[in-house]
Design a protein around this ligand. Structure first.
Ligand code: DAH
Length: 339
């Protein structure tokens, strides 16, 4: 009996298990009613009286040893499993949804890439401006309505500090610092004191183009804009220039493109005219060149300015301007970069 007990002790000391089921199997094998240790307890009846004390003690030690061993095995198996669950390095990561670019960024990028193929480089200027860069240098008369608080956000009066109402201010920023030839585009945000509605917002985005050199003519402007329109709206696109007025260009024009939805036949979108307006342009007024220290007898130039929201509307038919600044992911998710 004593030998049996000693042999079982060393077996139990050497037990191991890798999961709960194995631990349970060991418990049944040694500690259940018909387990090996219980069977020894059954045999205890036959032990002679003089040995009962010693063997009883050893049997109890064996039972405690087995109980402890199985409990520790169970604990370590459970701990191992929950630890593994907490940091399972082999689990695939939850897929992170890929963001999309904002439609205004997409269109701005497309316009920039078309014009940079023609040699235009990007120029930048501040959104908080002074009167001279936004109005005076650009030949705005002292009583021009744009100088009114109703149209322009003023931060401070005399000297005037204001939020630029157009990116044309970057023209003067560049003309006063760089020497011709100048060939720049200026994308940026502009601000106007407008009530927010589906068709107007107090801020939006423009892109300005400016080319100044010797012998720049209206024909150069027209050809540049034709290329631009065809790259943006397709090779069949026609353009037409209507005489217009801007203080900083002379002559000035507004450019229409043939409606890209009905191909000029006339539809609801182009109000049955076959044409949609896309930008303003003209030859830089000599007064503007002179105000910026450029000799208007030696140099001429053209300029154009367009609204990025407007072009985006034409391309994607967004009916409500407010969608652009609400950041509704359902709206933003609809736009995919073309390239
Ligand atoms: N600055 C004009 C506006 O905000 C747009 C514009 C028209 C810019 C004609 C130009 C231009 O450079 O030549 O409405």
């Amino acid at each position: 009996m004593l030998e049996k007990i000693e042999a079982l002790k060393s077996v139990i000391n050497g037990l191991s298990a890798t999961n709960k089921d194995e631990v349970e199997a060991l418990r049944i094998k040694y500690l259940s009613k018909k387990g090996e240790i219980s069977l020894l307890f059954n045999d205890f009846r036959n032990v002679p009286n003089e040995q009962k004390k010693e063997i009883g003690q050893k049997l109890n030690e064996l039972k405690n040893l087995a109980t402890d061993k199985i409990n520790t095995l169970r604990e370590s198996v459970e701990a191992g499993q929950s630890e593994a669950m907490a940091i399972d390095l082999t689990r695939p990561a939850a897929p992170a949804p890929l963001g999309k670019r904002h439609p205004i960024s997409l269109v701005r990028q497309e316009i920039i890439s078309i014009l940079s193929r023609l040699g235009f480089t990007i120029a930048d200027g501040p959104e908080i401006e002074d009167d001279w860069h936004v109005f005076s240098s650009l030949n705005f008369a002292a009583d021009h309505p744009a100088r009114d608080m109703q149209d322009t956000f003023f931060i401070q009066r005399s000297p005037d500090v204001l939020l630029r109402t157009h990116t044309s201010s970057v023209q003067t920023r560049v003309m006063t610092t760089a020497k011709p030839p100048i060939r720049i585009i200026c994308p940026g945000r502009v601000y106007r004191n407008e009530a927010i509605s589906a068709r107007a917002h107090c801020f939006f985005h423009q892109l300005e183009g400016l080319y100044i050199d010797k012998n720049v003519s209206f024909a150069d402007l027209k050809q540049t804009l034709l290329y631009f329109a065809r790259e943006l709206f397709g090779p069949e696109t026609q353009i037409r220039l209507r005489p217009s007025y801007f203080p900083f260009t002379e002559p000035s024009a507004e450019m229409d493109i043939s409606c890209h939805l009905c191909h000029g036949k006339g539809c609801g979108f182009c109000k049955h005219t076959g044409w949609v307006e896309i930008l303003g342009c003209g030859m830089v007024d000599p007064n503007v060149l002179e105000a910026c220290g450029i000799d208007s007898k030696e140099y001429t130039g053209y300029a154009f300015g367009l609204g990025i929201e407007r072009i985006t509307n034409l391309k994607y038919r967004v009916k409500d301007l407010r969608m652009f600044s609400e950041n509704d992911v359902r709206f933003l998710d609809e736009f995919e970069a073309a390239h």
